[in-house]
Design a protein. Structure first.
Ligand SMILES: Cc1ncc(COP(=O)(O)O)c(C=O)c1O
Length: 391
């Protein structure tokens, strides 16, 4: 990543207004105008330049959300970025913007489970059908294309499976068949990969994770190409899916250290991965094994890796896996990831679905680790003592 990008992140916010180092939090519903002429002037400006931050009502945003959108637009190298109250809001906005009854979506299998539920079940009631493809066999994607296919939805890497796909190939299939594309880039963030630059029409990031980085706010970002901008703008208007100013402020604050945190998450994860790779009972789901398909695909498109990894554990006794996760002292047990701290999650809560998706044998279990910013030798020592329970 170029040094100017790192510098930009430190100065961003100040560059978009010229009073304080940090952007002011502008909380508002009503915006007061001097006269009818004044409001008409603002509305005309908004019509002429819909990404210019000209608002007549604060559901459209305030200067705090506008500054965050400007920073993210630069980060993504996109035409525009919409910000939403959650990451999943950005997933929904992307799909809702470009699909209509009768259309079809093709999505990678597996997916983040709410995205799977949305596409496979919820949208069915609106006569939008989704088919799923094997991320390592793009012939299964091509086979699913029909005249009705509107959108290819990619999550890279796949939630829980950590499969990396040949993104360039997917894009050329989409281009050949004139199909729109969206990618959930929460794992890599535009610090490691810029989907819009690569050719995707839409790029989603859950700002709840690495953007904010402090596990104290939720948000989402949807970067778009010029081609889909108007459709997403219209959908945003009608759904009211917009981020509030306090959350925008916290995400802007988190972004200043995005590069530093991600570099450290990467360093720590490499050390933990090296340690874990010694255990025969554990198959590591992280791009570290040179020569593997996942490693090749990761290397081809990403300039780095974040701190989220999966462990496929071979163990007859599920209570041993529970003991392993419960005896970790430095890893909090809970959902989400991308904050400064280490987390663990045993995917037994959705055991049936997960077993089916991943074709897990009865003696195989999935555990997810988020490697935080603690001293990596402490994390390794903690994992080492907990592994004693894995019988
Ligand atoms: C890959 C991925 N996409 C989207 C989301 C949704 O983000 P949020 O929790 O901010 O709604 C998550 C949340 O865990 C995720 O892991």
């Amino acid at each position: 990543m170029s040094s100017s990008f790192k510098t930009f992140l430190k100065h961003a916010a100040k560059d978009f207004h010229n009073q304080s180092v940090n952007p002011p939090v502008v909380r508002a519903s009503t915006i007061i105008f001097k006269s009818t002429k004044d409001i008409r002037k603002t509305q005309a400006k908004a019509q002429k330049n819909p990404i210019g931050g000209h608002y007549d009502y604060a559901r459209q945003g305030t200067s705090t959300t506008y500054i965050l959108q400007k920073i993210l637009t630069k980060l993504e190298e996109s035409y525009h970025v919409f910000t939403t109250p959650t990451g999943f809001g950005a997933v929904f906005l992307a799909i809702f913007s470009v699909t209509r009854p009768g259309d079809e979506i093709i999505a990678a299998d597996p997916l983040y489970s709410p995205t799977r539920i949305l596409t496979e079940n919820f949208l069915k009631d609106f006569n939008i059908k989704t088919t799923f493809y094997n991320p390592h066999d793009l012939k299964t994607l091509e086979k699913n294309i029909t005249k009705k296919t509107k959108l290819i939805f990619v999550e890279n890497p796949g939630s829980n499976s950590f499969d990396f796909q040949d993104l360039g190939k997917i894009l050329s299939i989409a281009k050949k068949n004139k199909i729109l594309t969206a990618m959930d880039n929460t794992w890599g963030t535009p610090y490691f990969l810029k989907p819009i630059k690569l050719g995707f029409d839409m790029s989603i990031v859950s700002a709840t994770k690495y953007y904010s980085g402090h596990s104290d706010v939720m948000g989402g970002s949807l970067a778009v190409s010029k081609k889909v901008f108007s459709k997403v703008k219209a959908a945003e208007r009608i759904t009211g899916l917009r981020l509030g100013p306090d959350d925008a402020y916290l995400i802007t604050r988190g972004l200043r250290t995005l590069d530093i945190r991600l570099d450290r998450h990467r360093e720590n994860s490499e050390k933990v991965a090296k340690f874990l790779s010694r255990f025969k009972k554990i198959k590591l789901l992280y791009p570290y094994k040179k020569g593997s398909y996942n490693y090749k695909m990761w290397k081809k498109y990403y300039s780095g890796a974040s701190g989220l990894m999966g462990l496929k554990i071979k163990c007859k006794n599920i209570s041993s896996v529970r003991k392993f996760v419960n005896s970790l002292k430095l890893f909090g047990y809970g959902y989400s990831w991308g904050g400064f701290e280490s987390l663990v999650l045993h995917q037994e809560h959705r055991e049936i679905g997960i077993r089916k998706f991943f074709k897990l044998a009865k003696d195989e279990h999935l555990v997810r680790l988020h490697i935080g910013l603690e001293d990596p030798s402490d994390l390794i020592a903690d994992i080492k003592q907990a592994l004693k329970h894995l019988k």
